[in-house]
Design a protein around this ligand. Sequence first.
Ligand code: FES
Ligand code: FE2
Length: 426
Amino acid sequence: MAGQYATLVRDDRVHGSLYTDPTIFAEEMDRIFRRGWVFLGHESEIAAPGDWVTRSIGLESVIMVRDRDGAIRVLANRCAHRGNRLCWKERGHDSRFQCIYHGWTFGLDGSLRAVSHKAGFDPARGDMPLDRAGQVDSHRGFIFANMSGDAGPLADHLGAGGRALIDRLCDLSPSGRIHFGAGWIGHRVESNWKMWPESDSDGYHLDFVHASMLRAVPDNYYDETVIGGESKNVSRAIDHGGGVNELDLRPSYRRELAWLGTSRDKVASYCAALEARHGKERADRLLWDGPPHGFIFPNLFLGEGNVARVDPVDVGAVLHVHTALQLEGVDPALNRRLVRQSEAGLGPASFIVPDDAIIAERMQLGFQGLKPPLNESDNGPGWVDLSRGRARESHEANGTRVGHVSDETTNRSFWRHYRHVMESRA
Ligand code: FES
Ligand SMILES: [Fe+2]
């Protein structure tokens, strides 16, 4: 229904039924996840021809594979004969995909290579390749795809803000390349998927939800960047437009390498390599600034030393899956340190995601049974307030909006783009 999402998503609040209504969820899977760009993974995961991993685009399982010619293909993980799932494992290396139901065989490009007991099929039936993504593209090794093929250029989807966030992460590597060699860890959470773009970019809750982390790890860098409210730090919440947003911690750092919890003498070879690539001034800047904390619509979270995907499962369930940042060509001890940091932050026994998961599940319970508002003037129960900082955020000349790190500028960024996508693809 045209205008439905303008009723549900206002400038300063959204309605709780957006998290629980199965019809809305089905429309999101089509308009956002089938017809728009979705983050899948990294080129390093399928480095050699024949390497593949399974991922999902919305609810659809796909195979992301390196073809013989080096190209990256994204194929529906569904046999073209009668629909059997082709790959059950998370990753593998093959020269072809063979379906175990009736033995049909497909090439790495999804083409149908062999049909068992062929005489029974009418040759006029024609080719039957695997369905595949209409567009596949990458930025600095980050692979995105969409099934429909009419999502426009990836560069436009990412925008200058999204590209800059990914660039900042990759520039921390002395080669300019990162890799995803540390593997993924996933949390299944009984919440709607949209609570994660919200929570991952929320600078307002750390004092409370993560109070135990602050007590257990005194002097961690969040103490100086996001804790203590508006009077204590000068970090910023930024809406870059297009559903890209950021908690910019850089203005609050009081020393270089705070984000890595170490000092220059402990990682001297890394610092020297970074300087050799970028020159002293830029290398010094990178060592101060560290990796970004940003979100790229609809499902990519750049969580400082982590990269995470938000994969919807159903209207009330989601997989939040993350991997540790790994820098190419550095001392293995540095990458091990990054894995340990990731485990402490986002792992199943860590300080951050398990606490956020509890909040998301409690919110999900709170929204059960809400009826969507009927029209613009329906102010019935169940609204989610997202007004914090709206009156004081600045509108910059380049189109970004900037607020205090504790403001809901980032959440409004997500929802503004959500409303645009859901309305424009209605
Ligand atoms: S379903 Fe795959 S060969 Fe029949
Ligand atoms: Fe959190």
